[in-house]
Design a binder for this molecule. Structure first.
Ligand code: RAM
Length: 915
């Protein structure tokens, strides 16, 4: 039937027909498909039935325009059961869609659903790296052991297998599994699923995910065998800044439950128990940071098949671990998402071959090798070459080797792809290979959490397009299981980095569920006094590591617990993320409030009661990273200070700005969740903090005591300035930028607001000069220096070509992406999840065209404009069930419904000779 509206993209918990859900009230979403304009949903009807076709929940025709995040409200859902759901909708024109159908399956819902026991293979003892401080890690004198020495402390991944028999005709078979370490599975010689680094990186002690696999087609009648390989991963291996090991435990273990349902209704369970046997395999070691050593001569053919002779394998031990920390996989798994062919291969004088993949990524290589038995081939990974084009290990520190070793068995062409490691790199230096490497014999395998790309920005300036691509690459490659600062040196879930980047991230990809999961860890790892960790998951040395700084959190980092859920709510429209984090937000703010109210700076000698009274509203004590990595400070840093002056000189003011900002956001959130009284309290608190800030730090001429660009930006953005002083403060900022030859000098926390603040205060021209600036520091300086990702430091390659020991893949400064989508792109959310949006392209940035596309929860929203002298042609696409207001040339407002709309209007050109 030719229906003019239909319902598509049915999702449960943001996934299509998911398996293994353990949420008691899963949320349903769908999109409406139609060729017609101005379509709004007026009602829906949703029915859920169980496996036997019995209806379990029927909403009846429900008058509502909600088509995303509708929570299930039927009777309790049962473990393991598959549920079928269908939905149809009515629109504002009286049309009814057909039913659209989908399903989901519940997983194991509690420890009683587990018959399996944890098992551990006999294993070489894991070596706990000696504790070093962050300062020691970054100190020049840091001694790192040679790879050979380290190898002695490393240990092999373990292979575990078990035989079993299938006695009937299978209806369905599910495998529920998790590990201490990272695992891969095989059934009868075939790989199970395509997850990498399962069970993902979470705060394992409190939240360990199990994965569910449909293995119906992998089982055979009669004899079968199951095999698992487990490597140290994040649980035991070297991680985070200081390359510590054993942060969550020190023994590899497996928990597995295979459930088979036969056609006749009977069931069978094969679980991890002492019938498993174990052995080491071809891996001598595999450490996430150091790399993998693989000896192909030790491969055991068909080790996961029934016939394999496992006589020499060892027994495993059943061990008792509480099962309370188990949760079902939530959100995307890591996968091999892309493959890249080399750009070039060249030989160094010593015979080493350098492969250039033309793109910095996180992942590893796959290489076809022709070598002799016992040949040792070494793969080193790096993000840059030095000034003279020579291989240069840009990442230094303890255990940051990123080196894989392959020992050939020498039988024709052998394909090697490391399995339990990933690296941050663009270049690979290969030694030990006699033959010249052919380009098509190698691929770079790009690994990240499997999220949909939702955003696209393009404009008439190719350099900005390259910047946008670089931002997207830094995002993908820093979203491998958790949101990280960088995928090579630290790979840590720094809360501050994500906080500044979250709005950009939410344009580029569907990060909602991925970040919801990580926020779960942030909450779980909140300290009893309310502090939120600087990076999450933390690990057992976190507290010790922070002790030199005197506190476990920092302003602008801990505030992620309020800012990130708020951004997610705005961009995806699901109130649950606010509800879930509400308590943690309140605890964090209570901690900050207590600090502000009870502490004053050590240097303070004031006795004036008025001055002392306002100290209660200033968060001006303790350690904070401040406006981290201010370019001019990084430039002038010496070995002793490092970048720490950025923190020391700005921390008081930054902390107070974030205190005000978080109080305000929390007031809004409380209001939204119906907590009126609390909301009022925090609106008032916000006002008091702002007033105290102005009194304490802003002079009558608008100068702020910490005279840095970033402080002015934060003060203006967070409304710390009265309306009378605003122009003066803004003028100070403008002057600072002019004095800096129109270059930014902003750190991590202020840079997200740089462009918005300048534009809002009437300094558009300065903002655009910063945008198109090509001298260092600037976004286009990096682009012109050949960047393929966003760098940690703007001057990671200096003007004279000197290459620094920096990370070349930190997404934080890529936060300008949000502005590109919103301003030249023109897409702005106006009600949560883009139910209503504002399309207001800034056609005077200095571009002749721009296009922004975003796949929202309702469908594609886009804005594309082109300038022809003084005339603008704008095409806008609005998804069904949403509306938009188009603002032309800053004044004319047009309200529109879904569909494609075109506008032509006049807007005098201010191209100023730019693209
Ligand atoms: C660096 C990290 C991260 C930042 C912290 C404060 O070590 O790379 O980006 O958040 O410091």
């Amino acid at each position: 039937m030719d229906k003019s509206i239909f319902v598509k993209n049915l999702k449960v918990e943001n996934q299509t027909n998911p398996l293994g859900i353990d949420i008691s009230s899963p949320r349903f979403s769908w999109m409406i498909n139609t060729e017609q304009n101005n379509v709004l949903q007026s009602a829906y009807h949703l029915i859920v039935a169980d496996e036997d076709g019995e209806e379990v929940w029927n909403t009846g025709k429900t008058d509502s325009d909600q088509s995303v995040w509708i929570p299930y409200k039927g009777p309790s859902l049962k473990a393991r059961k598959c549920y079928f759901w269908k939905v149809r909708i009515w629109d504002n024109k009286g049309q009814i869609s057909d039913w659209s159908k989908a399903s989901w399956e519940m997983g194991l819902l509690g420890k009683d659903d587990w018959q399996a026991c944890w098992i551990e293979p006999e294993q070489k003892e894991a070596v706990e790296e000696p504790f070093i401080t962050v300062q020691e890690m970054f100190s020049v004198g840091l001694k790192d052991k040679s790879l050979e020495e380290k190898a002695k402390d490393l240990r092999p991944p373990q292979l575990l297998r078990r035989k079993f028999t299938i006695t009937g005709d299978i209806k369905k078979a599910r495998l529920y599994v998790t590990s201490h370490g990272v695992y891969q599975l095989e059934l009868n010689g075939s790989r199970v699923g395509n997850n990498e680094f399962a069970p993902d990186f979470t705060a394992y002690n409190v939240r360990l995910q199990y994965q569910t696999y449909d293995v119906t087609d992998l089982l055979a009648a009669g004899n079968n065998a199951i095999g698992a390989v487990i490597a140290d991963g994040w649980y035991i291996g070297r991680i985070q800044l200081t390359g510590h090991s054993c942060q969550f435990g020190n023994k590899l273990g497996l928990l597995l439950q295979l459930e088979v349902e036969y056609q006749d209704g009977t069931t069978e369970r094969i679980v991890s128990d002492e019938q498993f046997v174990s052995s080491t395999g071809p891996w001598e070691y595999a450490d996430l940071f150091i790399g993998e050593k693989y000896d192909a001569r030790l491969e055991q053919q068909d080790w996961s098949c029934f016939e394999f002779n496992d006589q020499n394998w060892k027994n495993v031990k059943q061990v008792d671990y509480p099962l309370d920390n188990l949760i079902a996989q939530f959100g995307p798994n890591v996968r091999a998402m892309e493959e890249i062919l080399p750009l070039s291969v060249h030989c160094e004088t010593d015979g080493a071959q350098i492969i250039d993949f033309g793109q910095i990524i996180a992942g590893r290589i796959r290489i076809a090798i022709e070598a002799r038995n016992g040949d040792i081939i070494t793969l080193q990974h790096s993000e840059v070459l030095d000034k003279d084009g020579k291989f240069f290990m840009n990442i230094i520190g303890r255990n940051k080797d990123q080196t894989d070793i392959f020992i050939a068995k020498g039988k024709g062409s052998e394909v090697y792809e490391p399995r339990f490691v990933f690296h941050g790199f663009r270049y690979v230096r290969i030694t030990g290979l006699k033959a010249a490497i052919q380009k098509d014999a190698v691929r770079a395998i790009v690994l990240y959490s499997d999220m949909e790309t939702t955003g696209h920005f393009q404009c008439s300036d190719q350099r900005l397009n390259k910047l946008q691509q670089n931002i997207q690459w830094s995002q993908k490659t820093n979203m491998l299981s958790i949101p990280t600062d960088c995928p090579q040196r630290e790979r840590a879930g720094w809360t501050g980095d994500l906080q500044v980047f979250a709005p950009t991230a939410a344009f580029n990809m569907d990060v909602y569920t991925f970040l919801e999961r990580w926020l779960g860890d942030v909450r779980e790892e909140q300290f009893p006094d309310g502090q939120i960790a600087n990076f999450v998951p933390t690990g057992k040395y976190y507290v010790k590591e922070c002790s030199s700084m005197g506190q476990l959190s920092s302003a602008g980092w801990g505030d992620a617990i309020i800012i990130v859920p708020w951004v997610l709510y705005e961009r995806y429209g699901d109130v649950r993320v606010l509800e879930q984090n509400y308590e943690a937000m309140a605890k964090w703010l209570a901690y900050v409030q207590e600090k502000a109210e009870t502490e004053i700076p050590d240097s303070m000698t004031e006795t004036d009661p008025v001055v002392l009274e306002r100290q209660k509203y200033l968060w001006n004590t303790g350690f904070h990273f401040g406006d981290w990595l201010i370019p001019s400070i990084v430039e002038s840093a010496n070995e002793n200070t490092g970048p720490m002056d950025s923190a020391i000189l700005t921390k008081e003011l930054v902390a107070t700005c974030f205190y005000a900002n978080s109080a305000l956001l929390f007031a809004k959130i409380a209001e939204l969740l119906g907590d009126k009284e609390i909301s009022q309290t925090y609106y008032t608190l916000n006002k008091r903090i702002r007033k105290a800030f102005e009194k304490e730090y802003i002079e009558s001429n608008g100068r702020i005591s910490a005279h840095f660009q970033g402080i002015y930006i934060l003060a203006l953005q967070m409304n710390m300035v009265s309306s009378e002083k605003r122009p003066l403060v803004a003028a100070q900022l403008a002057q600072l930028i002019k004095d800096n030859d129109h270059k930014l000098d902003t750190g991590f926390l202020s840079v997200p607001y740089l462009m918005d603040v300048l534009c809002a205060e009437g300094y558009e021209d300065i903002a655009y000069r910063i945008l198109f600036q090509t001298d260092c520091p600037s976004w286009l300086y990096e682009v012109e220096r050949g960047a393929t990702t966003i760098w940690e430091s703007w001057s990671a390659i200096k003007k004279d070509g000197t290459v620094g020991h920096m990370s070349f893949n930190h997404y934080a400064f890529g936060c300008i992406g949000d502005w590109l989508y919103r301003e030249p792109g023109g897409i702005k959310h106006s009600s949560p999840g883009y139910k209503h949006s504002i399309i207001e392209p800034n056609v005077n940035v200095g571009l002749s065209s721009a296009k922004a596309v975003l796949k929202t929860g309702y469908g594609i929203l886009s804005s594309a404009w082109e300038r022809n002298n003084d005339f603008i042609k704008l095409e806008v696409k609005i998804p069904p069930n949403t509306t938009a207001t188009v603002i032309l040339h800053g004044e004319k407002r047009v309200d529109i419904g879904s569909g494609t709309h075109q506008f032509h209007y006049e807007s005098p050109s201010v191209l100023n000779g730019r693209a």
